[in-house]
Design a protein around this ligand. Structure first.
Ligand code: DGY
Length: 320
């Protein structure tokens, strides 16, 4: 019997082709709907490799159901959907997709910052609704980006790539991270700050930290109250880093000036989500790394990682 590989979402055939030479490959055939849990558990029970999405929970239960599993290639740089400790205990290798998505994710993060600051989505809605009657001095006036202070929480490679873009806008860059980043300090003039200092100084607070037990719930009401009332909050990392009720209250009370959100606590959100009621919130459906080039590179990297492990090598981008 050829080793069995299960892919939890429909990927282009040309991407999975290299796997089909030596392995039995099956995919969940829907592009927009995640694989139901019972189907995933059943498929995992025969699989030597899984290619998973960030919406699939790879936990103790799944790993128990998968006695032959050797590798889980997660189509994301984040791997908070995976119980790494349980996987390591069971000798299952986990891989992710770092580096290939860095610039694309940074581009979108900066675009979200710009869209929120300059009210681009609101302006688009305004003109499409036929509300544009005349030029006027303060029509849809936003707030400047250049020469302001960006505060980056989580200075990994995506954080540094956002800082690089901010430097091009002559922004002052402060950052908060578990460790200092000498290269970013030297080349971009980024200044390390405690979270409290960063919140007090930043005109734009941009969250790019991974979701871990340390960052879960990092942004509560107190953190929003510590920001400038003119500050704009951007989250392109993971929803649960933010207490959404606290963010809603902060927006209601005018404690911050707006928010650009690519991620939410429970995804997908529906159109009645309270955060969508604010004109000064720009919401995106978790698309930071979503360019055709980058998503294709991410898929190819997953395939290479599976090929490596099933051929007895190490995955290129191993997490555990
Ligand atoms: C990731 O890779 O973790 C992103 O959130 C997916 O776009």
């Amino acid at each position: 019997m050829r080793p069995y590989v299960y892919i939890t979402r429909k990927l282009p055939l040309e991407v999975i082709e290299p796997l089909q030479h030596d392995f039995e490959v099956e995919m969940w055939e829907k592009e927009d709907v995640p694989v139901p849990r019972d189907v995933l558990l059943e498929k995992a029970s025969n699989a030597e490799a899984l290619i998973t999405m960030l919406s699939d929970k790879v936990d103790e239960e799944l790993l128990q159901h998968a006695p032959s599993l050797k590798v889980v290639a997660n189509l994301a740089v984040g791997h908070d959907n995976i119980d790494l400790e349980a996987a390591s205990r069971k000798g299952v290798l986990i891989s992710n997709t770092p580096d290939v998505l860095t610039d694309t994710t940074a581009d979108l993060t900066f675009a979200l910052l710009m869209a929120t600051a300059r009210r681009i989505v609101e302006a688009d809605r305004y003109i499409k609704k036929g509300q544009w009657k005349s030029w006027s001095p303060l029509l849809l006036a936003g707030t400047d980006i250049h020469h302001k202070t960006i505060g980056i929480v989580g200075m990994g490679s995506i954080g540094e790539a956002v800082a690089k873009r901010a430097k091009g806008f002559d922004m002052k860059i402060v950052y908060h991270n578990r460790s200092r980043k000498p290269r970013a300090e030297e080349t971009l003039g980024a200044v390390y700050a405690s979270l409290e200092e960063l919140l007090a100084q930043a005109d734009y607070v941009v969250v790019l930290a991974p979701l871990t037990s340390e960052t879960e719930g990092l942004f509560q009401r107190e953190q929003f109250q510590a920001m400038k009332p003119s500050a704009i909050f951007i989250n392109a990392a993971r929803g649960p880093i933010v207490n959404e009720d606290a963010l809603i209250e902060a927006l209601k009370e005018g404690e911050i000036a707006g928010a650009g959100l690519d991620v939410f606590v429970k995804e997908p959100i529906d159109s009645h989500h309270p955060l969508l009621e604010f004109e000064n919130v720009v919401a995106l459906p978790h698309i930071a790394s979503s360019s055709v080039e980058t998503r294709t590179a991410m898929m190819n990297l997953c395939v290479q990682n599976v090929l490596a492990v099933l051929n007895g090598d190490k995955p290129k981008t191993q997490v555990n």
